[in-house]
Design a protein around this ligand. Structure first.
Ligand code: NHW
Ligand code: EN5
Length: 388
């Protein structure tokens, strides 16, 4: 059934529900001298390449590969269109390894036809902090699908992660593999109803007209929370404290320090937006919200080619109810001309999804850990992790 995944140190389907297996690493680390020193073999026409995303030329090749071949929805109406600036941001966090940005080229033409990446992260699982990799952007050109290239790429990124003495990883996928830590739902808050309907992202339900939809999803022109402003560099220590404290309630969550908060949350135009609430009397930072920009290409539409989507990232509420903060996030996203605001049912997001008129999407997102067993699957609300 899963000829590749059966051979890997991941929870297997046959073990689901068997809570007698111990929690923690499935395999022990090997001495680095026992890690395979040479790359895995690719089919003869192909070769490995390290992708220096700092290079405009290489970053552009990766961008083109993903733009044409990365994840689509179930009906192939949309395909993720990560921008070059976004890819640079996603792949250059503090302490990144260039050797984990792995491409496959055709030997003869040098055309880039496959890609996979890792970045490193400290992940807390219950009360243990584990150095892990986050693996993302696995992509094989449409013309090379189903040739078992993906398992080779996964083994190669695993080998290079092992060479850095890291033995666990976290990843997400829209497909079911052995075996999820949790299964999350995508939810979508319409900001631009006319466009979403025109392009087939949503439909007018029964007894819903276009003018009723426009009225239903209308938002105020300005945010409601006093003291809400864009996050600045000077806010980093306060945001780190808020985030650390907030994420401590979840069973699996990243453990970010100031340097990582600066990287992941300091606003970058068309990449990531963050806002803090600064108390008007104490000047304290009490809350914050963030979302990242991930457009999708609209496949085969006469009128529109890009769907502008914001994705809820990390949000922390201490003084202001999360519902009110997220309503402000919607207002800001609308102001910035996003068509839709997306969120997963992770963390405490359930508390605002229905109330703020998010609708359940047709996509699921499965979260996985590599070489780390949990005795039971988690609820989405027990997860404090958002991957890009
Ligand atoms: S999820 C997005 C993945 N990318 C896409 O969906 C883009 C469009 N699709 C493609 O490019 C975010 C291809 O269909 C891909 C598969 C490349 C997906 N994860 O080469 P074959 C991520 O990037 C298994 C893991 O013939 P293909 C996360 C499949 O189950 N495995 O297929 C990435 C089968 O194995 P099985 C996946 O269609 C996490 C085998 O691949 C998968 O030509 C990676 C078939 O290979 C997926 N999304 O190419 C794991 N999709 O056992 C990281 C399919 O069932 C693990 N497969 O026979 C951690 C490593 C680090 C550890 C460090 C200690
Ligand atoms: C991890 N780094 O399926 C990424 N998206 O619901 C890899 N559906 O946009 C894994 N099919 O429901 C990614 N509109 C896995 C997700 C892949 C992309 C995907 C889904 C998530 C999505 C939209 C469009 C569906 C088009 C037809 C959707 C309905 C919205 C509607 C708004 C009004 C109220 C009801 C819901």
């Amino acid at each position: 059934q899963h000829k590749f995944w059966e051979t890997q140190p991941v929870g297997q389907f046959k073990d689901v529900g068997n809570s007698s297996l111990p929690e923690g690493p499935i395999e022990l680390p090997k001495p680095l001298s026992e890690v395979k020193q040479e790359p895995y073999n690719l089919p003869n026409l192909y070769e490995w390449t390290v992708c220096d995303m700092e290079s405009d030329e290489i970053c552009n090749e990766v961008y083109v590969l993903l733009t044409n071949n990365y994840v689509e929805d179930d009906d192939n109406l949309f395909r993720f269109n990560y921008s070059k600036e976004f890819l640079r941001w996603a792949l250059h966090p503090p302490g990144y390894f260039q050797s984990w940005h792995i491409g496959v080229r055709v030997k003869s033409s040098k055309k880039l036809v496959a890609f996979i990446t890792g970045i490193s992260v400290k992940m807390r699982v219950r009360d243990e902090v584990v150095k892990m990799a986050e693996v993302n952007f696995l992509c094989v050109h449409k013309k090379l699908r189903s040739k078992r290239l993906a398992p080779v790429m996964i083994k190669e990124v695993t080998r290079r992660i092992h060479l850095e003495n890291i033995w666990q990883a976290a990843y997400t996928a829209g497909v079911l593999l052995p075996t999820p830590v949790t299964t999350c739902q995508y939810w979508h808050r319409t900001l631009n109803p006319k466009k979403l309907i025109d392009v087939g992202f949503s439909r007018l339900g029964d007894r819903m007209t276009m003018s009723r939809a426009i009225k239903l999803y209308k938002l105020p022109n300005s945010t409601s929370t006093p003291g809400l402003r864009k996050m600045e560099l000077r806010d980093v220590p306060a945001v780190t404290r808020l985030l650390k404290n907030y994420l401590s309630q979840f069973i699996v969550a990243p453990d970010f320090d100031d340097i990582e908060v600066e990287h992941w949350l300091l606003p970058q135009e068309n990449v990531v937006d963050s806002y803090v609430v600064e108390s008007e009397d104490t000047r304290e930072i009490t809350d914050f919200i963030s979302f990242y920009t991930l457009p999708s290409s609209i496949l085969n539409n006469q009128n529109h080619s890009i769907l502008k989507a914001a994705y809820s990232f990390y949000n922390v509420s201490t003084r202001i109810p999360l519902l009110q903060l997220m309503n402000d996030a919607l207002i800001i996203a609308k102001q910035k001309d996003f068509d839709v605001f997306n969120a997963l049912d992770v963390m405490e997001n359930e508390c605002f999804l229905k109330e703020l008129k998010f609708g359940q999407g047709d996509g699921q997102l499965y979260y996985y850990l590599y070489n780390y067993r949990l005795s039971n699957a988690l609820k989405p609300s027990e997860l404090g992790l958002v991957l890009l």
